[in-house]
Design a protein around this ligand. Structure first.
Ligand code: HEM
Length: 566
C-alpha cells in the first residue's frame, strides 16, 4: 500500500532559482519512482527539501495523510518518520537497542573530533562509558547541587541585566539575555568561564558554537540535497568555515585544559569546587578507568554539552516567556502562587520548585507545545519490522515529538496552552509517568526516551523554572493594545520562535512605579547584594511582519542609543 506523494511547492517559502531546479528534480524523481517497486510496506512520500518550511509541522501534515510511520525521500536521503505514541513506544522501548544509535549528521566529515563525538557516537563502549559518567557524576543530582551557587548567581545577573535595561531606558533583547545566561551557566559548570573578563572565553565558546551549528545545519541540508550538493558550496565554503571554527575552539579549550592542569598540580583549596573539566581530567589521568579517554574526547564532549544544552534551555525560556505574556491570567495565577509560597523578599530558588506546582505545570506545558528538540534522530542498526512495516538497516528514523505532543488522540485541545492539564486532579488523567522526564510515557517526550534520552533533563528542570519564577517576580510584561505575539515556530530544524520577542523598551513613568526591596539570600555570597524587585511595565515592540521594516526599526533605535552615548 505504498502511496506516492506529488510534492506541492506551497510549502516552500523561499521561491528562489534553486527551488526551480529542485522542482524539476523532484518531478523527475516522482515520475521515475512510479515504475520502481516499493522497498517497504511503509507509506512513502517524496518531499521537497526544507526551504523555509517548519519541518516538524510539515512532517505532521504528511503523517495525517500517510499514517504514523511513513518513509520520506528527499533528494538522496531516505528517512522514516514516526508520529504517534504507539509506534514510538516500539522504537524507544520494545526495540530500544536496535534504535539506540544516531546517524552521523551533515558536515560530520568536517568535524575534527570525528570518532570521539558523544551525541552522534554509535552505541558502544565509549558512548556507554560517557553516558554512565553523565548520569552518575557529571550531571547527577549531587554534582548539580554543588553547582547551585553558580546558577543562582547567573540568575541574579540575568535579572539585574534586564533591570538595568529598564532603568536606563535601553532596549532589552530577551533572546540575547537568555542565551548569554544559559551560555554562562554551562560554561561555568563545564570550565569555570563566563562572558566577562579580559579573555571573555565563554563568549568565544558561544560565538564558535553558534557558527558551528549554523554551518552544520547548512551542511545537513547539503546532505539532503544529495546530487545538488554542488549548489550548497559546502566543500569550498561552509565545510572550510566549519573546520576553521572548530580549530578556534580547539585552541581555546586546549589553553583552558592547560590552565586546569596547572591548577590541579597546585592542588585545590579547601571548599574549592571542581568543574566538569577537572573531573574529566581526573578520569583522563586515572590508569584504572574503565575506558581511557583522550584530551580530544574531553574537548569534543564539552562542545557536545554546550551544543545540546545551551540553545535548548534558552529556547525553552523564550517560549515560556512568550506564552506568559500572551496569557495574562496564567501569568497572574503564577505570580500569586510565587507570592504565597516564596513571598516578596527573595527570588525563587531551585529548592522552591517542588512547592510551586503551577510553575512546574507551566514549564511542562511549554515543553509539550513548543519542544526545543522537536525531531529526534536515531538510526536503525539491523533490518526490522515496526508496526508491521519493514525498515532496512542503517535507515534514519526521525521521531516527530512535536506531532506526538500535539496528537489529538492523546491530548485534549492539543494546540492550546493549558498548564492546568499537568496539575494533580486534572481531568486529562495524565498519570504519574507524565511527571518525570525519562520519556516512559510515550505521548510526552520533550527529553527523548530511554538510555539515549537527554542526560541534561534534571539540569534543565532546575534552571528553567527557577529563572522563569524570578522573571515573573520581577517584571510585568505587556503587549501594546490590540497586538498579539506570534507564536509560530521557526523554519527548518529550528525550535525557535519564527518571530522572537522583539527588543523591549520601558517608559519613565512605568519605572517610576518601581518598588525596591533588598534581596535576602541565605548564601553568604549574596549577603551584600541589593536587588531592585521592580514591577516594571515593558511594552512589546510592534510585531512587524516585514523583515526590512523590523531591521530599520531596530537599526534606527540602535543608532539613537549610540548617539545618546548609551
Ligand atoms: C529544555 C532543555 C533540553 C531539552 C528539551 C533537551 C532535549 C533533548 C533531546 C530530545 C535529546 C535526544 C534524546 C533521545 O534521543 O532520546 C537530547 C539529548 C542530549 N541532551 Fe538534551 N535537552 C535539553 C537540555 C540539555 C542540557 C542542559 C544538557 C547538558 C548540559 C543536554 C545534553 C544532552 C546530551 C549530551 C544529549 C545526547 C545524549 C546521547 O546521545 O546519549 N541537554 N536532549
Amino acid at each position: 500500500m505504498s502511496k506516492k506523494f506529488m510534492p506541492t511547492y506551497n510549502d516552500v517559502v523561499d521561491a528562489s532559482a534553486c527551488t526551480l531546479i529542485l522542482r524539476n528534480f523532484f518531478q523527475k524523481l516522482y515520475v521515475n519512482s512510479k515504475s520502481k517497486p516499493p522497498e517497504s510496506t511503509i507509506s512513502t512520500s517524496y518531499w521537497p527539501p526544507p526551504l523555509g518550511s517548519v519541518l516538524s509541522k510539515s512532517f505532521q501534515t504528511l503523517a495525517n495523510r500517510y499514517g504514523p510511520l511513513m518513509q520520506i525521500r528527499a533528494g538522496a536521503s531516505t528517512c522514516v518518520v514516526a508520529s504517534n505514541a504507539a509506534v514510538v513506544k516500539e522504537i524507544f522501548k520494545t526495540q530500544e537497542l536496535n534504535f539506540i544509535s544516531r546517524p552521523e549528521f551533515g558536515g560530520s566529515e568536517y568535524f575534527i573530533y570525528r570518532g570521539s563525538r558523544f551525541v552522534t557516537a554509535q552505541y558502544g563502549d565509549y558512548w556507554r562509558f560517557m553516558k554512565k559518567l553523565c548520569m552518575t557524576r557529571l550531571l547527577a543530582a549531587p554534582q548539580l547541587d554543588k553547582f547551585a551557587d553558580i546558577r543562582e548567581e547567573e540568575k541574579v545577573k540575568l535579572v539585574e541585566s534586564v533591570m538595568t535595561c529598564a532603568r536606563e531606558g535601553k532596549l532589552c533583547d530577551l533572546r540575547k539575555e537568555f542565551t548569554a545566561f544559559t551560555n554562562n551557566v554551562i560554561c561555568r559548570m563545564a570550565m569555570s568561564t563566563r562572558c566577562s573578563g579580559p579573555d571573555n572565553d565563554a563568549e568565544k565558546v558561544r560565538r564558535i558554537g553558534k557558527t558551528c551549528l549554523m554551518l552544520a545545519g547548512k551542511l545537513l541540508i547539503g546532505d539532503i540535497l544529495g546530487p545538488f550538493k554542488i549548489f550548497d558550496f559546502s566543500r569550498t565554503g561552509n565545510g572550510k568555515k566549519l573546520v576553521g571554527a572548530l580549530k578556534e575552539y580547539d585552541c581555546l579549550v586546549e589553553r583552558l585544559i592547560k590552565e586546569h592542569e596547572e591548577k590541579a598540580m597546585e592542588g585545590f583549596k579547601e571548599g574549592e569546587g571542581k568543574d566538569l573539566m577537572d573531573i574529566l581530567l581526573e578520569i583522563y589521568n586515572d590508569p584504572a578507568a574503565e575506558i581511557r579517554i583522550s584530551k580530544n574526547d574531553i574537548e569534543s564532549f564539552l562542545l557536545d554539552l554546550f551544543f545540546a544544552g545551551t540553545d535548548t534551555t534558552s529556547v525553552a525560556l523564550h517560549w515560556t516567556t512568550a506564552e506568559l505574556i500572551s496569557n495574562p491570567e496564567i501569568f497572574k495565577k503564577l505570580r500569586d502562587e510565587i507570592n504565597t509560597v516564596v513571598g516578596p523578599n527573595r527570588l525563587v530558588r531551585e529548592s522552591d520548585i517542588p512547592n510551586l506546582p503551577y510553575l512546574g505545570a507551566i514549564i511542562k506545558e511549554t515543553l509539550r507545545i513548543h519542544p526545543p528538540a522537536p525531531l529526534i534522530i536515531r538510526e536503525c542498526a539491523e533490518d526490522c519490522n515496526v508496526n508491521g512495516s519493514f525498515i532496512k538497516a542503517r535507515t534514519r528514523v526521525v521521531t516527530n515529538v512535536y506531532a506526538i505532543m500535539r496528537d489529538p488522540n492523546s491530548w485534549a485541545n492539543p494546540n492550546e496552552f493549558m498548564p492546568e492539564r499537568f496539575m494533580e486532579g486534572s481531568e486529562e488523567k495524565i498519570g504519574e509517568h507524565q511527571m518525570e522526564f525519562k520519556g516512559q510515557n510515550f505521548r510526552y517526550l520533550p527529553f527523548g526516551s530511554g538510555r539515549r534520552g537527554c542526560p541534561g533533563a534534571s539540569l534543565a528542570m532546575r534552571v528553567i523554572p527557577a529563572t522563569i519564577g524570578a522573571m515573573v517576580q520581577c517584571f510585568d510584561w505587556k503587549i501594546k493594545d490590540g497586538e498579539k505575539i506570534d507564536l509560530s515556530p521557526g523554519p527548518g530544524f529550528s525550535a525557535e520562535m519564527a518571530h522572537p520577542l522583539d527588543p523591549f523598551s520601558t517608559t519613565e513613568s512605568a519605572w517610576g512605579q518601581a518598588s525596591w526591596v533588598s534581596l535576602k539570600n541565605d548564601s553568604p555570597r549574596h549577603d551584600q547584594t541589593k536587588l531592585g524587585i521592580a514591577r516594571t511595565e515593558f511594552s512589546n515592540w510592534p510585531l512587524l511582519n516585514n523583515s526590512e521594516e523590523r531591521r530599520n526599526k531596530f537599526c534606527n533605535t540602535s543608532e539613537k542609543n549610540i548617539r545618546n552615548g548609551e
